[in-house]
Design a protein around this ligand. Structure first.
Ligand code: MLT
Length: 301
């Protein structure tokens, strides 16, 4: 029988607040379980005592899942625990993509003198935008984040089309009547003004969006990637933007090649970076691991 206070967590910098919840993280040489945030475990030799690895987050691509399976170690994640944070950031970026908020705000900072308000009024036309209402949002991947995004975008008045061949029954209910289900990814690419990707990175989804897919999009399309950088072929996106095949690219994954391009917005993987998401993921990871170590089953509450 393992108590949550007596298993080890590797490099728990993302779980610091977790200690305040009385889930103490104890460093021992014979951990029964490992909780981790974004540390890469590919070169890590798992002590024989380890039975389970819990990723406090959605993606498990920083864990050698195959190796763990071969060694009899169970790997699990915290699906949905940070979905709201990611969804809110995507919504913010959708709004940013139609209203030049950053440009307008930076420009105001350059003004001076007693009549700033008049200057601003006189020049503001250059920062006019468009609206999301009535525009088409395509969501590739209708998991926890994709489904939440679909519902919020619908409430904003967007027409939402989703593509996912493996939608759960719960999700299907939660988005029914609000989201048109596309029969193929190509349908989403060809018809939507904004396309947001929410699928895990696997061998099959690496470069899911490449030159061929980009050519199918509208010339004004805005592509958003808040899932994993490798889902999108960076060189192909750069070429598509250069050739005017798509409008803009917004990504949460920093890459030197994407910098200094006014059609590209790059963020430093901020999707799940909220206080609430960190706590939700930490709690779910620890509780799931505790139940697993105590009962041998994976049950999320
Ligand atoms: C996740 O896998 O949960 C997200 O990418 C967020 C993160 O890891 O920071």
């Amino acid at each position: 029988m393992y108590d949550i206070k007596t298993f080890n967590a590797i490099a728990p910098e993302g779980l610091a607040r977790f200690n305040e919840e009385n889930f103490m993280i104890d460093q021992t040489e014979t951990p029964a379980g490992i909780i981790l945030r974004s540390q890469k475990l590919h070169d890590y030799s798992f002590p024989e005592s380890v039975l389970g690895v819990a990723r406090a987050g959605a993606g498990t691509n920083n864990i050698p899942v195959q190796k763990c399976t071969e060694e009899g170690i169970v790997v699990f994640n915290t699906p949905g625990a940070n979905a709201n944070a990611v969804k809110e950031l995507v919504m913010a970026c959708l709004l940013l993509s139609v209203r030049p908020i950053l440009k307008g705000s930076n420009w105001v900072q350059t003004l001076s003198g007693p009549n700033i308000e008049e200057q601003a009024e006189a020049e503001k036309k250059q920062f006019a935008g468009t609206e999301l209402e009535g525009k088409k949002l395509g969501i590739i991947g209708l998991g926890a984040i994709g489904a939440m995004l679909a519902n919020d975008a619908y409430r904003l008045g967007m027409e939402v089309t989703g593509y996912d061949p493996y939608v759960s029954v719960d999700t299907a209910w939660s988005i029914s009547r609000r989201v048109k289900r596309a029969q193929s990814m190509e349908e989403v690419l060809a018809t939507c003004d904004f396309i947001s990707i929410h699928v895990p990175l696997t061998e099959n989804t690496h470069h899911l969006i490449g030159a061929e897919q980009l050519k199918k999009m509208k010339e004004t399309a805005v592509l958003l990637n808040f899932a994993r950088g490798e889902l999108v072929d960076t060189e192909a996106v750069l070429a598509a933007i250069q050739a005017g095949e798509i409008g803009n690219f917004i990504t949460d994954f920093a890459d030197e090649r994407l910098l200094n391009n006014e059609k590209i917005l790059v963020l430093p993987h901020l999707g799940a970076s909220t206080e609430e998401a960190e706590i939700n993921c930490a709690k779910m990871a620890a509780k799931t691991l505790k139940v697993f170590l105590e009962t041998g089953t994976i049950k999320r509450s």
